[in-house]
Design a protein around this ligand. Structure first.
Ligand SMILES: N[C@@H](CCC[C@H](N)C(=O)O)C(=O)O
Length: 284
């Protein structure tokens, strides 16, 4: 990758992303460059990087005739994930701001986790259809430096382990990756949510994200938390989920699908010289 890279910084409930428009899929932004850009000291800093590529320009997007745009999402460590619930809202905001989609009109976004329907709400929030949650391991054990809890698995379709706890603030610093056992339960790693049911319809949550660390929000994790909490409150179909970075809401619809609604904000556009990133070397 040579030359300057034009990036936009945005966030959804402080789950923050770098976004880059690459309509024809020409930019070579590999895992090392993603990690260097997302580094909060030697780079710009973000929980992940999202490349906007026309679906037809990528082998992974070619099957999605209905969606013009593919969300190519990577975690801060450069790893690929199936979906990002906060990211897809910020992605829609970015496409609209770049003039790549009609402002305010609903759109379909192609992701590695399938097609996602996105709509812009009148109050400025963005709603995304998250599909039907998939089952995960029924019961795993999660251990942090502060204790041990049981958790249940949900796929959205990225992997989550949701532990219902009395107080998310008491689960420790989450600097270290929580230990999830048995180790065979999630061969590709897992996002871990610590969730307090404050009242039917209201949750508080902290999350440790695969490929990132503790983040201030995780949209797919928020949906997974609502799915697990609703098992004990089957009459409650709308859940507000408070995370350190704000609040999102989840609707559990009669057809078994979920909708996630929350903010999506763009805060800056910038140009980066990749050769100046000390943690990245131009491949030989
Ligand atoms: N922050 C995201 C989830 C991003 C992917 C996750 N870290 C994974 O590896 O599965 C969200 O808002 O859903």
């Amino acid at each position: 990758m040579s030359g300057l890279l034009q990036l936009t910084k945005g966030h959804g409930t402080e789950n923050d992303f770098l976004l880059v428009a690459d309509p024809d899929g020409l930019l070579d932004i590999g895992p090392d460059l993603v990690a260097a850009l997302c580094d909060r000291r030697a780079g710009i800093g973000a929980d992940g990087l999202i490349r906007a590529v026309r679906s037809g320009a990528l082998p992974e997007g070619a099957a999605y005739d209905e969606a013009t745009w593919f969300m190519d999402y990577r975690n801060a460590d450069g790893s690929i994930a199936e979906m990002c619930g906060n990211g897809v809202r910020v992605f829609a905001r970015f496409l609209a701001a770049q003039g790549l989609v009609e402002p305010d009109l609903p759109l379909s976004v192609a992701t590695r986790g399938g097609l996602k329907a996105v709509r812009f709400e009148d109050d400025g929030a963005i709603t995304v259809g998250m599909g039907v949650p998939g089952p995960g391991p029924e019961r795993v054990t999660v251990t942090t430096g502060a204790g041990q809890w049981t958790a249940s698995g949900v796929h959205l379709p990225n992997p989550h382990a949701v532990a219902l706890v009395d107080d998310p603030d008491a689960v420790g610093t989450l600097v270290d990756v929580p230990l999830v056992e048995p180790a065979t339960a999630y061969p590709e790693g897992v996002n871990v949510e610590f969730v307090q049911v404050v009242a039917p319809g209201l949750l508080r949550m902290r999350v440790h994200e695969r490929g990132v660390g503790e983040t201030r929000s995780c949209g797919t994790g928020i949906c997974a938390a609502a799915v697990v909490a609703a098992r004990s409150h089957p009459g409650t179909s709308t859940w507000q989920v408070e995370v350190p970075g704000g609040t999102c809401s989840v609707a559990l619809l009669p057809d078994g699908t979920l909708e996630l609604t929350g903010p999506a904000v763009l805060v800056a556009t910038l140009e980066v010289d990749p050769s100046a990133l000390t943690r990245w070397r131009i491949p030989a």
